[in-house]
Design a binder for this molecule. Sequence first.
Ligand SMILES: *Cc1c(COP(=O)(O)O)cnc(C)c1O
Length: 394
Amino acid sequence: MATSPSTPLAFIDLLAQRRRLGDRIDKAVMGAVDAGQWIMGPQVREFEKRLAEFGQAELALSCANGTDALVLPLMAWNVGPGDAVFCPSFTFAATAEVVPWVGATPVFVDVLADTYNMDPADLEAAIQKVKAEGRLTPKVIIAVDLFGQPADYPAISAIAKTHGLKLIADSAQGFGCTLNGQHPIHWADCTTTSFFPAKPLGCYGDGGAVLSNDAGLVELMDSLRVHGKATPRDIEGRAFTHDPKYLNMRVGMNSRLDTIQAAILIEKLDVFAWEIEQRNAIANRYAEQLAGVARTPTVIAGGVSSWAQYTIEVEDRDGLAQKLKAVGVPTAAYYPIPLHQQPAYSEHPLAPSGLPVTVAKASRVISLPMHPDLTPEDQAYITQSVHNAIGQNA
Ligand SMILES: *Cc1c(COP(=O)(O)O)cnc(C)c1O
C-alpha cells in the first residue's frame, strides 16, 4: 500500500527543479543582470547555437513565445488570405490561432486513435477536398508533437512533398523527441517550440524558438521578429549610411527572447537530455502500474517522447478527476473541447471525416502528474489512487 505524500503533490513540480538547479541558475541570471545587455545579449546567440545543436538543426532563432514561433514562418512564407493551413483540432489553441492572424484559413484534420497525433490518411483526404472545392489554396501543414511524442513525420512529409506544401513541426510539447533517432527537423521545413515554464524545456517566463536548416527562412524571420528590420541581403550593394535596424523592409513584430531567459535556458538545456530520460523512466513505471486499469499511452514505433504530459484514457474521466482531487492527486484534461468545437474556430473547414476520433478522445483523456522530479514513492501513491478510484485492486 502506497503511503500518502508528506507535501501536496504538484501536477508539474517546477519548484523541485528549481531546488535542483537553483545555484547555477541564480549565477546565470545575476551575470546577465550585471552585464546590462538585457535585450539580445550574448546569451541569446549562445543559447540559439546550443538549441540548434540539440535539435539537430543548422540554425535556431529565439522569439518571445511558442505562438510567435508558429506565426513567424507563416509570415516569412507570405501565407495569407485564400491559403489553407492544415492542422489538428486536438491541440492547444495556439497551433491554429496563428492561421487567422495572417488571414489564412485553418483546415482541421483528425488524429490517430493510438498516438493522438495527426492522421496522415485524414490529412490527405482534407487536402484532396480543399483542392476539389477550389476555394482555398493548400499551403502549409502544421503537425503537432502532442503530449511530447513525434508525429508520423515520414508519412506527413511525403504528403507535403506530393502536394508542394510547407511543413511546420509544432514541437512546443515535444521538443527533444525523436523518431528513428532523428529530430522532427529531419522532415519539417521548421520546428517550433515554446519555453513556457510547464513545457519540457521551459524558462522562468515566456519564450519560444524556431529551428530550421533554411538560412533564407531564418534570415527573414530574424527580420520579422524585430519590426521587419533590413537583413544583410536587403542592404547588400546599397549605399545606406544609417543603422539598418531603422530600415524597415517588411511589416514585422517585436518578438525577442529576453537575455535573462536565454541565460536560464542555457543552464536548463545542459540537463535536458537527463530530464527526458527521467520522464521516460517515469512513463515506463506508469505503464506498468496502470496496466489493465486505464488505457496507457502508445508511442509511435521508433519514437522517443519527451513526455510533456502523461495522458491516459478512462470511461469516466470527470469522475476520476474528482476522486483523485479528493485524495490530493492533481490532474488535467488536455483537451476537453477540440478546437473545431470552440466558439472562436467553429466556422473553419474540416477534413471530410468530420473528426470522429478527436471528438471521442476529448471526453476520455486525463493527464497525470509528470515531471522529471516525480519520486517513485509519490508515483506509487498516484497509481494506487487511480486503482482505488476506478475500483480495481482497491
Ligand atoms: C504551449 C503551446 C504552444 C504555444 O506556446 P506559448 O509559448 O504558450 O505561446 C503552441 N503549440 C502547442 C502545441 C503548445 O502546447
